[in-house]
Design a protein around this ligand. Sequence first.
Ligand code: ZN
Length: 221
Amino acid sequence: TKATTTKRTVARGEKIAYLTFDDGPSINTEKLLDILDQYNAKATFFVIYHKNMEKKYKAIVDRGHTIALHSYTHTYSKIYKSEKGYYEDLNKIHDYVQKVTGVDSRIIRFPGGSSNTVSRKYNKTIMKTLKQSVTDKGYYFHDWNVDSTDASGINRDPDLLVSKVKSGSKNKNVINVLMHDTGKSKVTTVEALPRIIEYLQSQGYKLEPLTEDSVVIQHKW
Ligand code: ZN
């Protein structure tokens, strides 16, 4: 059965920021959660499977954030080869998250985003197929419209990450900010986060976790 949902309406002049962290949890998760707490900010973690990190998945939920589904393996050749391969992987992370946290998540982000072109190497039409079928199955997929660019290198200069969020959010009332929670290679994301939050709050953004009612940012293609 497909639930009917009412999308959150955005009032004139209202500004909403969805901070999103992909690929975790990691050794940085606790630090990210502490910073978010300091600013009373809520965020969304698009998780993958990591062994022996049950406590971190739980902490995300217990501290009021949204745990959402990214991938079990994050292996493009497997998930983008066929619809069957994709859903085997998605169901695995869905069930793992549910087992560990109790959350039956319907909120997803495709590895590489829905507009990724890497998948074409494995199956030319897979993204078109998946975008339709995840929606038919009652999932909500979210891309982003502000890229911190923390995935474009290892420990990119935190000043650069802050400035990318500043420039990327310009003239946008609803933003979905892409960041990563991947441990040693993304320490500067942790360093930049306080300034990113301070900037967004100073610009009047409310920092909300994604829910099934949230505004959906999806790439056009
Ligand atoms: Zn990812």
